[in-house]
Design a protein around this ligand. Structure first.
Ligand SMILES: C[S@@+](CC[C@H](N)C(=O)[O-])C[C@H]1O[C@@H](n2cnc3c(N)ncnc32)[C@H](O)[C@@H]1O
Length: 196
């Protein structure tokens, strides 16, 4: 059983790694307006982008004065992110790591963001992500999340279900929620959570 878990995780990683040698459909190079609307109300401090891809949003934060870090388990994505930051002449940190096991960092962050990473994690990995998020985010810190939504009945689908929200609400309160449809069809939402 354990070895099939390991293989599934390995396959997910390879899937993303291969995508980053092409042009992944999610890698628009644009910071979403929902995040741009939130940032002016926050005081720049230390931020981390969980599943940062090629670093678009880390670079946006760094340009706005944040000490910004991005983590992704795709080495190719992190390589591209570093190149983009260098080209944009901004100071930002990137590291290759797994968001479900962030023991490589002992830093505490004021703001965490996740645009499309949490919702793709296998259900059995989500509690690990939340444990790590709780460890690295300071009390009162904000977590901005973009996620597809799924029916709780469909355990195979990408997305956040009411059961996931239940897991989160033990340690986070919802500051805001904006529902919509990804590419016009898939239910999705932008959330801002605050760590209790
Ligand atoms: C849909 S992409 C979104 C990327 C980026 N946030 C953006 O908006 O362009 C999901 C990202 O999460 C990363 N990812 C998925 N599972 C991960 C994990 N367990 N640890 C670290 N990164 C992960 C993938 O490599 C990919 O870059």
């Amino acid at each position: 059983m354990m070895s099939s878990f390991i293989n599934m995780d390995f396959l997910r990683r390879i899937f993303f790694e291969i995508w980053y040698f092409r042009n992944p459909p999610w890698d628009s190079g644009q910071t979403p307006p929902e995040l741009l609307a939130l940032l002016p109300g926050l005081t720049p401090a230390r931020a981390i982008d969980l599943g940062c891809g090629t670093g678009t949003n880390v670079i946006t934060l760094a340009k706005m004065g944040w000490q910004a870090t991005g983590v992704d388990f795709s080495a190719r994505a992190i390589q591209l992110a570093r190149q983009k930051a260098q080209k944009a002449a901004v100071q930002a940190d990137f590291f290759v790591g797994d968001v479900t096991d962030l023991r490589v960092t002992d830093k505490v962050y004021d703001f965490a963001l996740d645009l499309g990473c949490f919702h793709g994690l296998p259900l059995r990995r989500r509690a690990d992500y939340v444990r790590e998020l709780k460890r690295i985010l300071r009390p009162g810190g904000l977590w901005f999340l973009y996620s597809f939504l799924r029916s709780g009945l469909d355990e195979s689908a990408l997305g956040l279900a009411e059961a996931d929200l239940g897991l989160l609400l033990a340690d986070f309160s919802i500051v805001s929620r904006q529902d919509g449809f990804a590419r016009g069809e898939r239910p999705s939402a932008y959330f801002t959570f605050q760590k209790k």
